[in-house]
Design a protein around this ligand. Sequence first.
Ligand code: ADP
Ligand code: ZN
Length: 732
Amino acid sequence: MTDNGWYAKGDLVAVLTTQPLDRCLDYAAPEGGCPEGAFVEVPLGPRKVLGVVWGPGAGDFDRARVRSIDRVLDVPPMQAELREFLGRCADYTLTPMASMLRMATRAPGLTDAPSMRWVYRRGEGKPERMTDARRRVLATLEEYGGLAFTMSELSATAGVTNSVIKGLVKQGVVVEEATPRDLPYPRLDHERAGLPLSEAQAAAAAALRAAGKRGAYGTTLLKGVTGSGKTEVYLEAVAECLAAGRQALVLLPEIALTGEFLSRVERRFGARPAEWHSGVTMTERRRCWKMIAEGGAELVVGARSALFLPFRDLGLIVVDEEHDSSYKQEDIVFYNARDMAVLRASLCDAQVVLASATPSLESWANAEAGKYTRLELGARFGAAEMPDMRAIDLRGEKIPSGRWISGELQRAVEARIAQGEQSLLFLNRRGYAPVTVCRACGHQIGCDHCDARMVEHRFQKRLVCHQCGETKPMPEVCPKCEVEGRLAPVGPGVERLAEEVVSLFPEARVAVLSSDLFGSARALKEKIAEIAGGGADIVIGTQLVAKGHNFPLLTLVGVIDADLGLQGTDLRAAERTFQLVRQVAGRAGRTADRQGVALLQSHQPDHPVIRAILSGDEEGFWRAEAEQRRVVGMPPYGRLAGIILSSPEIAEVFDFGTELARRDGPLREVGAQVFGPAPAPIARVRGRHRLRLLVKAAKGVALQGALTRWIAQLRVPNNLRLSVDIDPQSFW
Ligand code: ADP
Ligand code: ZN
């Protein structure tokens, strides 16, 4: 290799591929040479696979049998920063490098040659004759606000045949254009003035801008109640980053939030940013990936996986609602996007802004320890106040069985309806009823593949397993005692609550917001917009509604069961309940002229968590919670790793788990302890028996190395799956 990282034809290079091998393979640089980091196509056995030139070849392979790289792809090479990030992320999460590379190349058609393609967008006028199918095509094009579609995307999204589209093209109502496959995104105007900021906002914005100017790594925790104007403030940091000619990434926890955010970006900078999440089309995904690599995208709004995009010069990462559990991926690659954002930023001299009304204890503690800068927005923007919060003590209430709304809550809702205002009833349970029980024999209907109860979804007319998604029709007779007609729902889900609401408030317009009731993110987004516009009097929602939606007419929040989250044995039960209920309560009265009220129905209004929620003494809550964790050496004052074993053979998992626990020498060497094995709380999922071990260590211990040595002692049997979850968030 020459000094500038170029390999000449025939030089030996190490290529990391996306194939599940545990090392790089040696290849010869192709005709014309290739740079380090080049995306390449290499022969592997009979196939061609995607890879990246990772460095000089190891040379430990018979030189005569080394094959040549087939082709260097026409995309910019992966930069050293991203290669290092993938490596460090792999080391931290104990993930094979091939899986990391797959995360970083999740764009379709990367290996395709650049070419032109036909795309379709809205043209002029109306069709001569309007049909249902034609209307759907036009509606689809309008919905996506001017985006171009390929033929197959348009026909699939609109649910029409190609000939319908071709017919519209003939009339000029839809235009067909040849475009280079991937175009840069419109420039964002970072010099445009934002909204005039309040004093607190201006101070926070100035601090973020100053941090950005330094062009070095730093993390800021931006804490402020919902509606305090955090978004407005971090958009200033985005402006600073763009002014420096660097790229910015904003991570959001929920796709349904991107719509509102995109419009805000457009208002602030005059154009829309690139989007990266499961809701964008494949064409758009590839464009986004390429433009980020080429510098044709300045700002990306995305889900956690956007962290692995090939930014050319990433200067800022915003993690909005940083406490949100959806930033933790617990599937194939186990990682926390919030933590990995900090890692990536530290490798590319970027700033991180963690925004939240209710930060995670980890971030709170990092700010306390001085690792993060803390900025605070105290009040809500303008005159809007946090809602009044009160508990409704259910112990004194006589609520008839099969009902969950207390008299006090009912009267409060009636008052809102009379004033033309909205109420939100929050219940974090999807479906109709969490349990279906046979009144004759007491049998509870469970999933055939999981150790979980089936949840009745009356709307879908089925029982659903929330673990594996398996569904079955509601049986007529009890599967155990075969008595007919005695199966009954127990406990409420949002659908059942909706029935009660309809019977209590027959005149009211009721909307249920639950992720399973919407076929697509788009449908959900539309519903949210409709509600925000006043299209409902009572909204019934799961945690979906807790996340940052703006409902201007909403002045009452009723939490149906504030105790729900407190029952778990989860380390973070208190923290989660505190965050969730505070977030939901924050939905009430977001505007200046309406005072909101939040009513928490509880059987234990004196519980310290409920008291902390009501009093709003956040610092007190964090301090008490931190102290409890410190005493027992739990995160963030200690380290945890979860080991999840699963197999169709129950004896096999137990034998393996027991043996692993017994041979804990490598762990003891670093002072770590192993607990278990124990059947996981959900002991069977999709027919696989699950076992957990928990490793606990002091803070600052090099745990990953010890874990690797520990696990390497045993050979993992073929049908046994072993996953390591560093810093586990959930313990199912
Ligand atoms: P957060 O992100 O903290 O929940 P937002 O940034 O969404 O808060 O602000 C809440 C509401 O207040 C939004 O409707 C926003 O447009 C408005 N807002 C925030 N800051 C300003 C400002 N400086 N001038 C005018 N409106 C503002
Ligand atoms: Zn199941």
